[in-house]
Design a protein around this ligand. Structure first.
Ligand code: ZN
Length: 167
């Protein structure tokens, strides 16, 4: 990347993972559409650069750019919905921890289902909606990614918790 004057904002030229400038956490690329949709007030003249999503729960930075001069966005910079700042699931440590932003499933929903039925059907239900083209993860999920991986992980954690409780 010595050819710095010809850098373009196309994802292809930016590294897939960057270290968060605040806590050094591994952060993946995020589409600029996601950043633009979820940041409440975009600064004027924002440079056209690749943004990254820091998912560390102990870090206030949500989005930072490849270009160190570009503005960083913190949790309080994100859009407000029904009077609340959007809860960035990966950054929350207390319920409700949102997991699926399109259909509003929280970690609690998944865990409660496991507690009462012994398994979670949330992933299947979301998959059906995704296949029907009803999801909008790129503009609703702060990570800009499909939530299914996180849903599966939450279900696994839930199963583990329920099993330990029952022993
Ligand atoms: Zn961070």
């Amino acid at each position: 990347m010595s050819d710095c004057c010809s850098v373009n904002a196309k994802s292809g030229s930016a590294p897939a993972v960057m270290a968060c400038p605040a806590n050094g956490g591994r952060s993946k690329r995020v589409d600029s559409l996601t950043v633009k949709s979820l940041v409440r007030k975009l600064p004027l003249g924002m440079p056209n650069t690749q943004y990254y999503f820091c998912e560390a729960s102990d870090c206030e930075v949500v989005y930072f750019a490849l270009d160190a001069e570009a503005p960083r966005f913190r949790r309080e910079d994100l859009v407000v919905r029904v009077g609340l700042v959007v809860r960035v699931g990966a950054k929350e440590t207390a319920d409700p921890i949102p997991i699926c932003y399109c259909f509003g499933f929280t970690r609690q929903d998944i865990w409660e289902e496991i507690q009462s039925m012994g398994k979670s059907t949330v992933a299947q239900r979301i998959t059906a909606e995704v296949e029907a083209g009803h999801c909008a993860c790129e503009v609703k999920n702060p990570s800009g990614k499909c939530c299914l991986g996180d849903v599966t992980r939450a279900a696994k954690d839930g199963l583990r918790v329920v099993q330990t409780k029952n022993c």
